[in-house]
Write a protein that binds this ligand. Structure first.
Ligand code: ADP
Ligand code: MG
Length: 341
């Protein structure tokens, strides 16, 4: 089922949480809404679910205008971070619950068969008789997903479903969710504030800030071609060098960097830690090294330029750290944006 948002607006009292968002989610795609806390992700998801009504614009499910269709008639399944299971019901009863209250009536044997299919799908065979308090947090979210899927939704909506779990469990679950998605091919909207989670999981990533879409694209597109300083900073660790653009080139610490730019005037140059090359011979931007941090996959070097800008970059473990002065850095794959934009 294809979903389309057309200039959707949501205002709470006088506060506008969503500013005319337009978005196409193709049938069968897994799309991540990614943004910092308060950027409007949950509000958008709740409007797609029908738990919240838009104050302006339209939401289409396929060709049908679903803007005013109530939640129980939309055919959506959802999983929320804190959408707790019923503690007094077993895992199997929790999964069956949606089918029992659904308008599409199923017979008892049909429900039993469907529950065991779903338990197999979410890899919890044999745990149907446990209570939610007797399984792990990750297993509980898998039950929540099975419950959401039990009514054969046309659309699956997930709001930070793994947000409360440990990093390792989260990583496993996101790969697992992707496999389930590929098996079922259900149109899915996934909300997260975790860049890695969005980039790992989604076919397309929609980046939000203050109730507006600031960029959307495949994970490769948003990573390789960030459209703004905000996106560059939000997607991962980055060094920011204030510089000046003139005559087609960027200067940092009054040195020519060789970075071409069509801007003129103050700019910020953004460079990922792995894209800084440290070299001893002259030519780079001079950096005083302050600390060397040991990490499992190499060394992280912390220093400052003579403008007082803090720099962090990575060097391979085999490189003998040399703290003597006179070393400089070369910037690879820089992204240049006018200052303050
Ligand atoms: P996110 O999920 O990206 O963290 P939300 O969609 O929950 O963001 O919230 C977006 C903005 O709308 C926030 O500033 C939040 O405080 C505000 N907001 C959300 N729900 C309500 C509400 N029911 N009443 C008033 N303000 C709300
Ligand atoms: Mg939220």
């Amino acid at each position: 089922m294809k979903i389309r948002l057309d200039r959707v607006i949501k205002t709470f009292d006088t506060f506008r949480a969503v500013h005319g968002v337009s978005l196409d989610i193709e049938s069968g795609q897994l799309v991540a809404l990614l943004g910092p806390s308060g950027s409007g992700k949950t509000t958008i998801l709740r409007m797609v679910a029908g738990l919240e009504y838009a104050d302006g614009g339209h939401i289409y499910f396929g060709d049908q205008d679903a803007t005013d269709i109530p939640v129980r008639d939309r055919g959506v399944g959802f999983v929320f971070q804190h959408y707790a299971l019923f503690p007094h019901m077993t895992v199997a009863e929790n999964i069956a619950f949606g089918m029992k209250v659904s308008k599409t009536k199923r017979s008892k044997p049909e429900i039993v068969t469907r529950v065991s299919e779903l338990l197999r799908l979410v890899k919890l065979e044999g745990l149907g008789d446990r209570f939610p308090g007797q399984i792990s947090g990750g297993q509980r979210q898998r039950v929540a997903l099975a419950r959401a899927l039990s009514v054969d939704p046309k659309v699956l909506l997930l709001d930070e479903p793994f947000g409360a779990l440990d990093a390792n469990v989260r990583r496993d679950l996101r790969r697992w969710l992707r496999e389930i998605h590929d098996e079922l091919g259900i149109t899915t909207l996934f909300v997260t504030h975790d860049q890695e989670e969005a980039l790992d999981l989604a076919d397309r990533v929609v980046i939000l800030n203050e109730g507006r879409i600031v960029q959307e694209g495949t994970p490769a597109e948003v990573c390789r071609h960030p459209g703004s300083a905000f996106v560059m900073q939000f997607l991962g660790d980055v060094n920011t060098f204030p510089g000046v653009a003139r005559d087609g080139f960027v200067f940092v610490s009054e040195r020519a960097t060789g970075i071409a730019s069509t801007e003129t005037g103050p700019v910020d140059v953004f460079v990922r830690p792995r894209d800084i090359i440290w070299q001893k011979d002259a030519g780079g931007i001079p950096v005083d090294i302050e600390r060397i941090l040991h990490r499992p996959d190499g060394l992280t070097v912390v220093g400052t330029t003579k403008d007082g800008v803090r720099v962090e970059f990575e060097i391979p473990e085999q490189v003998e750290p040399d703290l003597s002065r006179g070393a400089g850095i070369i910037l690879r794959n820089p992204q240049v944006f006018p200052r303050g934009v």
